[in-house]
Each structure stands twice: as C-alpha cells, then as structure tokens.
Design a protein around this ligand. Structure first.
Ligand code: TMP
Length: 212
C-alpha cells in the first residue's frame, strides 16, 4: 500500500497496563514510515524532560503516600507540558502524532480506578490537555489476568500503579469500556487477546481514513 499524502492527526492508544499498546504503536509507526508518512511517537506521561521528571515521581514505588488528587494533578501537569512542547507543534507541521495514553487514561485510572469524581476529572482533563482532543483513539481491551501473566513472562518489576493489583485493573478496564461506549466514533474497541499481527492489521485499516 502506498500512502502519498497525510494531514496532521492526533491518535492515542489506551488500555490497562500490559495490554500491548506499546508494541502496536511501534508497528504502526514502522508502517507509516515505510509509507513515507510523517509520524512521531510520544508517551503520556513523559516524552519531554519536564514530563519525564513528573513521570518518575508518579511511578516511584516510594511514593505510596501520594494522594489521589496529587496524582491527578501531576498527570495533568505532565500532559500540559507534552501538549505545548511536542503535540501542538507537530500537529501544526501536519504530522501524525501517535501517543501512548492521553486523558482517557486519567478518566479510567483516577476516575474509575481511584474513584475520584468523574466531573472533576473531566474538568481537570480539559486543563491538562489544554483543550486538545484526540482525533482517533484505540482502546486495546484485555483481561487483567492476562496482563499479569504477560508481565510475569517478561519479568518486569511493577511500578506504583501496576502494583495496585487485578481488582484495580478491573475497575480501570471497566472505565475504558464505559468511555468507548460513550464515544464510539472516536474510540475504537480493539480486542487485545488476538495475535499481534491481526491486531496491527485492524489498526492499520481503521487508520486509512486518517491517512489520505
Ligand atoms: P505507561 O506505563 O503505560 O506509560 O503508563 C504509566 C502508568 O500511569 C500506567 O500504570 C497508567 C498510569 N496513568 C494514570 O494513572 N493516569 C494517566 O492519566 C496516565 C496517562 C497514566
């Protein structure tokens, strides 16, 4: 498939921890680059120096005393920096921006997971995203028990959020599912239990209208 032209678009990837989104972003990025589409990959929280510093605070297991409100505001602060420093300039240049998580994660983790008031979380998201909304979001849905098995297989140490356990991830998964039902046009439901290649082909086909 040859892709000759593209317009700036903001595409986000969401799901519980170890749902496979990082692999899918990498494969999609490779596909776009092979087709000479200007695309960049970012992660939220992170990417910029300031946002990466905030990420370290957020994920540090030593910070078990962190209040859910502090957590909410730190995610929003990291995001505001990412939007201003990276996302908006890239979109202005016409690039496709692939972002590993964005404000839907805040709704799912801090809203549904931590139980913060959903309307306050929505308002915080507006501030943190500086009014920016994804054009397209992929929600990779997997059973949290599969996520735990994957993490064990890879042998990675759990960060502060991952250490919350399966019951927390169940609440977060429920949050993502509710979000997808509320905004089916923007948020594509992707069954993450299938083979990596099958999922990637589905993602690429959904991306085609974005790549004109
Ligand atoms: P990552 O490992 O997928 O980059 O995400 C880091 C962790 O931060 C992950 O456990 C999900 C969590 N998170 C939130 O709790 N709220 C948010 O707004 C975001 C973006 C991530």
């Amino acid at each position: 498939m040859t892709v000759s032209q593209c317009k700036g678009s903001f595409v986000t990837f969401e799901g519980i921890d170890a749902c496979g989104k990082s692999t899918q972003i990498r494969l999609l990025h490779e596909f776009l680059r092979k087709n000479e589409v200007d695309a960049i990959c970012l992660r939220d929280p992170g990417t910029t120096a300031i946002s990466e510093s905030i990420r370290r605070i957020l994920l540090d297991n030593k910070n078990s005393a962190m209040s859910s409100w502090t957590e909410l505001l730190l995610y929003e602060a990291a995001r505001a920096q990412l939007v201003e420093e990276e996302i908006r300039p890239a979109l202005a240049k016409g690039a496709i921006v692939l972002c590993d998580r964005f404000y839907d994660s805040t709704t799912a983790y801090q809203g549904y997971g931590r139980g913060l008031d959903l309307d306050i979380v929505r308002r915080a998201n507006e501030i943190g995203s500086v009014g920016l909304t994804p054009d397209l979001t992929f929600f990779l849905d997997i059973d949290p028990r599969l996520a735990v098995a994957r993490k064990r297989e890879i042998g990675i140490a759990e960060d502060r959020l991952e250490a919350e356990g399966v019951a927390f991830q169940e609440k977060v998964r429920h949050g993502f599912r509710e979000l997808q039902k509320a905004e089916p046009q923007r948020v594509s439901f992707i069954d993450g239990h299938r083979a990596i290649e099958t999922i990637q082909l589905e993602i690429q086909s959904i991306m085609m209208p974005v790549i004109s």
